[in-house]
Design a protein around this ligand. Structure first.
Ligand code: BES
Ligand code: MN
Ligand code: ZN
Length: 518
């Protein structure tokens, strides 16, 4: 199916109709001084202090409000430590109804992410305190008002996102914040627009991951790609089963064969208007449900959470949505081999031998190591496009969660330059990542007596053998693999991520694509 962008109405595929949409909140940056701002809630940021934090215009603000800042600081023992906050109501008839103090921590430990987190604290407080208008006065990060505005706008929007799609009545019916003004940053229209574009991608990824597996299926994923293509003008090709067969994608189709739903191989392309500075491919693991197959996931395995197994594909589509709006001078291919890992009379047997599209044969000694099988054919496909670099994101192994915990993604690469680019991109956007070793010796664990390789090695180093397996499907293109099994989801609210799907990866991918590397 070849699809070009058209004017056809959007399919209502991203089930966002009833989802709370923080993008409707109006955000502006201005030169308004804190002293003259009027509205419902005024938030002021502080670095950690020992004594006398009120200087300059804050002294005047304190006087204007009859010493209320001093009182609040003393009463709540507010010291400006990171993540701390204090709230007070300003007396009757005042042009500001509530004052919020927010702590940024020690000036020598701050990062740009401190601003995103502080904005999240402020936005949540303002919502709780029923502020319709909010003024935020934070210091400027690194003399860079543009980056500061982007970070604050991102943090506020991402923190306020709320998923009401699957409730018959939303629990929280408050209309929420309508207007946010970032004070003292000058006009930062571009930076704020960029934050909205990025947040729209992150929110799409969160919605896709959070939706249950009877809702987000391979068909819905394809429809979402169609919606992105037509809304933002990308090229789209969806390869149906027959075309995947013709391309010899035996590994992907082996995984897909027990599902009653058709597999969908999604290939979205963003092409810049002028000449492309680079040509990149982003691949996401797209298992809309992972039962384990005949090596079924048992009780206590977290099988009921396996809707998250398309988190890589969700980040890929989210990045596509953001990049299509930001329009960098880089050609980007967004790829996902989408299916479910199910059980039926047609299911792969443990022990089956599959042939991938590069001709390599795989003994499937565990049907639950399915992600790498789908990625194998996607990697071969991507390399044939002649791109400068390939990055794949995948909820690939529980072993990576054991190694790095819930917050940190694992990174493997055959190329130091690409690995460093990704580490730096992740650092800039506040997504935690750690480079892991490609220990060639461990490939011994994947040796098969009968086929070219097995799909599963021994338990120790399980996330490393998974990466070594993938490497067999990339010949010479610089490539990196990111295992997001941990950070794709958070059980508790964490910074600007509400509990649930995080949309991890979208911001790193966007930042990587945009970074000035030739
Ligand atoms: N989708 C899982 C990995 C996973 C586990 C993601 C927990 C998120 C949270 C993957 O397909 C899988 O089942 N991996 C197996 C591999 C094993 C059979 C070699 C695993 O990690 O146990
Ligand atoms: Mn699995
Ligand atoms: Zn899986």
């Amino acid at each position: 199916m070849e699809i070009q962008a058209t004017d056809t109405p959007l399919l209502n595929v991203s089930p966002s109709v009833r989802s709370f949409n923080p993008q409707l909140m109006e955000i502006t940056a201005t030169d308004t001084p804190v002293l003259s701002w009027t509205g419902d809630g005024l938030a002021i940021g502080f670095f950690e202090f020992e004594d006398a934090p009120l200087t300059g215009e804050l002294t005047q603000l304190n006087e204007k409000f009859a010493g209320i800042l001093d009182e609040l600081i003393v009463e709540t023992e507010f010291k400006g430590s990171e993540g701390s906050s204090a709230v007070t109501r300003v007396g009757g008839g005042s042009p500001v109804r509530k004052i919020f103090l927010v702590g940024l921590g020690k000036p020598d430990t701050i990062k740009l992410d401190t601003w995103r987190r502080a904005a999240a604290v402020v936005a949540r407080l303002a919502k709780k305190e029923k502020c319709k208008t909010l003024g935020i006065s934070l210091p400027t990060w690194n003399n860079d008002p543009d980056a500061t505005a982007t970070a604050i706008a991102e943090g506020a929007q991402l923190a306020l996102f709320q998923d009401n799609r699957f409730k018959s009545e939303p629990e929280d019916k408050s209309s929420g914040i309508e207007q946010v003004e970032l004070l003292g940053l000058g006009n930062q229209e571009q930076g704020i627009a960029k934050a909205k574009q990025i947040a729209s991608g992150v929110i799409l990824a969160r919605e896709l991951v959070a939706a249950p597996p009877n809702w987000v299926t391979p068909i819905t994923m394809a429809e979402t790609a169609i919606a992105i293509a037509s809304e933002h003008g990308l090229q789209l090709k969806i390869l149906e089963r027959e075309e995947c067969e013709q391309l010899g994608m035996g590994a992907f189709l082996g995984v897909a064969q027990a599902s009653d739903l058709p597999p969908k191989f999604i290939h979205l392309t963003y092409t810049p208007e002028g000449t492309a500075r680079r040509k990149l491919a982003i691949i996401g693991k797209g298992l809309t449900f992972d039962s384990g197959g005949l090596n079924v996931k048992g009780a206590g395995s977290g099988i009921e959470t396996m809707k998250i197994d398309m988190g890589g594909a969700a980040a890929t589509l989210g990045a596509a949505k953001a990049i299509a709006q930001i329009k960098p001078d880089v050609e980007v291919h967004f790829i996902s081999a989408v299916t479910e890992n199910m059980i039926s009379g047609r299911a792969m047997h443990p022990g089956d031998i599959l042939t991938a599209s590069n001709g390599k044969t795989i003994e499937v000694n565990n049907t639950d190591a399915e992600g790498r099988l789908t990625l194998a054919d996607a990697l071969v496909f991507a390399e044939k496009l002649g791109v400068d670099a390939i990055v794949d994101l995948a909820t690939l192994t529980g072993a990576c969660v054991i190694a790095l915990g819930d917050d940190i993604a694992g990174l493997w690469s055959n190329d130091d330059a690409v690995a460093n680019q990704l580490v730096q991109a992740a650092e800039r956007v506040g997504e935690k990542i750690w480079r892991m070793p490609m220990e060639e010796k461990y490939f011994d664990g994947l040796k098969s007596p009968i086929a070219d390789m097995k799909n599963t090695g021994p338990r120790p180093g399980g996330s490393i053998t998974a990466a070594l397996f993938l490497k067999e499907f990339v010949k010479e293109t610089p490539w990196a693999h990111i295992d997001i099994a941990g950070p794709v989801w958070t059980d508790k609210e964490n910074g600007y991520n509400p509990a649930g799907a995080t949309g991890y990866g979208v911001r790193t991918l966007v930042n990587w694509v945009m970074s000035e590397i030739s």
